[in-house]
Design a protein around this ligand. Structure first.
Ligand SMILES: O=C(O)CCC(=O)C(=O)O
Ligand SMILES: [Fe+2]
Length: 318
C-alpha cells in the first residue's frame, strides 16, 4: 500500500509498505555475497539472518539495556556523558529519543553507574561479537564487489580497518518511549540522516519505527521481523570507497504508539587518521577526493543531521 501523508514539518511524503527489503541468509555465503552487493547498490540496506551471532550475547545486552532505560532519570544521569536525551549532535537537532553512546574499539568499556558490572560486561561481549560479524560482512562484500578471486590483502582491507586497535567504531543504544496518541501527533524519534561511518549493524527489540528512503520524500518502513535479524546500512564512507556504487542509505525513526522501541547500532569506522578513498579494483575515475576519517567526522559534526555531506568531498570537475 502507498500512503500519502504530511510529515510533522508539513512536507508531503509517501509511505510505501509494498516493498520487500532484502533478507539475506548468511548460511550460503556465495549466494549471500551476490545478494548483498545487489542490495547495497539498490537500497544501501539489507537484513541478515543465520548470522551466527550467539543469541545469548544479544539477549543479555538487550536485557541490561532495557533495565538501564527503565531506571529513573537521575539514575541514568549517573552513567555520565555516554547518556543523553533528545539532543542529537552538536547543531541543535532534537529527537524523541534517549541514548547511550560508547566508543567500541578494543579497550573494554565500563559504565560509571554500573555497580554490578553486568551491563558493562554484556556490552563488551556484544561489541566483540558484532565486530566479528561486521568484519565477516565486509569481507564478503569486498569479495562480491571485486570478483571471485580477489587478492586476500584487498578483500580484507575494510575489515582490517575495523579490527585496528585505534578503530573509531561506536556502539549506540537508542530508546524511543511510546507516543501518547490521545494527546500527541505523530513524532519523529530520530530525524532523517545517513550514517557517516563504513557500515552499521542494527538490532531492534522487534518494535517497528525504522524507515529508509530511496528517493526524496518516499519512505519504506522496515519490518522489524525476523526478530533474530540484523539490519545493515551502508554508510557514507562505503559510498565513497565504492565510488558511488553502493549508496549510503537515508533513514529515520518514527515513534510508535503504545510500544517503546529500543535499538542497538554498531557503527563500524576506521581509525581517525585512516585515509578514505576509492578502493583498488573499483571502476574509476574517482568521484570523491581522498580524506581522513577524522576530517570527514569533523565536517559531519559541523552540519545538521539531515544535511548531505559526501557531496562536500566530490572532486572538482576540470
Ligand atoms: O533506532 C534506529 O532504528 C535507528 C537509529 C539510527 O539511525 C542511528 O542511531 O543512527
Ligand atoms: Fe542512523
Amino acid at each position: 500500500m502507498v500512503v500519502i501523508s504530511q510529515n510533522p514539518t508539513m512536507k508531503i511524503e509517501k509511505i510505501r509498505d509494498d516493498i520487500d527489503l532484502p533478507i539475506i541468509n548468511l548460511l550460503n555465503k556465495s549466494e549471500a555475497m551476490k545478494e548483498m552487493v545487489r542490495a547495497c547498490e539498490e537500497y544501501g540496506f539489507f537484513k541478515v539472518i543465520n548470522h551466527g551471532m550467539p543469541q545469548e550475547i544479544i539477549s543479555q545486552v538487550e536485557e541490561e539495556a532495557a533495565g538501564f532505560f527503565a531506571m529513573p532519570g537521575p539514575e541514568k544521569l549517573r552513567a555520565g556523558p555516554p547518556y543523553g536525551c533528545k539532543n542529537i549532535g552538536l547543531k541543535g537537532d532534537v529527537g524523541e529519543v534517549e541514548y547511550l553512546i560508547l566508543q567500541a574499539n578494543s579497550s573494554p568499556f565500563l559504565i560509571q553507574s554500573d555497580d554490578s558490572n553486568k551491563f558493562s560486561s554484556a556490552i563488551n561481549a556484544y561489541v566483540e561479537a558484532v565486530r566479528k560479524l561486521a568484519c565477516e560482512l565486509l569481507d564478503l562484500l569486498m569479495e562480491g564487489l571485486l570478483g571471485s578471486t580477489p587478492n586476500p590483502t584487498t578483500s580484507s582491507m575494510l575489515s582490517r580497518l575495523i579490527k585496528d586497535r585505534e578503530s573509531d567504531s561506536i556502539l549506540r543504544f537508542n530508546h524511543y518511549p511510546p507516543v501518547d496518541v490521545s494527546t500527541d501527533s505523530p513524532k519523529i524519534g530520530f530525524g532523517e540522516h545517513t550514517d557517516p561511518q563504513i557500515i552499521t549493524l542494527l538490532r531492534s527489540n522487534g518494535v517497528k519505527g525504522l524507515q529508509i528512503s530511496i528517493e526524496d520524500g518516499v519512505w519504506i518502513p522496515v519490518n522489524p521481523r525476523p526478530e533474530s535479524s540484523f539490519c545493515v546500512n551502508v554508510g557514507d564512507l562505503l559510498q565513497v570507497m565504492t565510488n558511488g556504487r553502493f549508496v549510503s542509505v537515508k533513514h529515520r525513526v518514527a515513534v510508535q504508539p503504545f510500544e517503546s522501541r529500543m535499538s542497538i547500532a554498531y557503527f563500524a569506522a576506521p581509525p581517525l587518521h585512516a585515509t578514505v578513498s576509492c578502493l583498488p579494483g573499483v571502476a574509476a575515475p574517482p568521484i570523491y577526493r581522498s580524506f581522513s576519517w577524522g576530517e570527514y567526522k569533523q565536517a559531519a559534526f559541523m552540519r545538521r543531521l539531515g544535511d548531505t555531506r559526501v557531496n562536500l568531498f566530490e572532486r572538482a570537475i576540470s
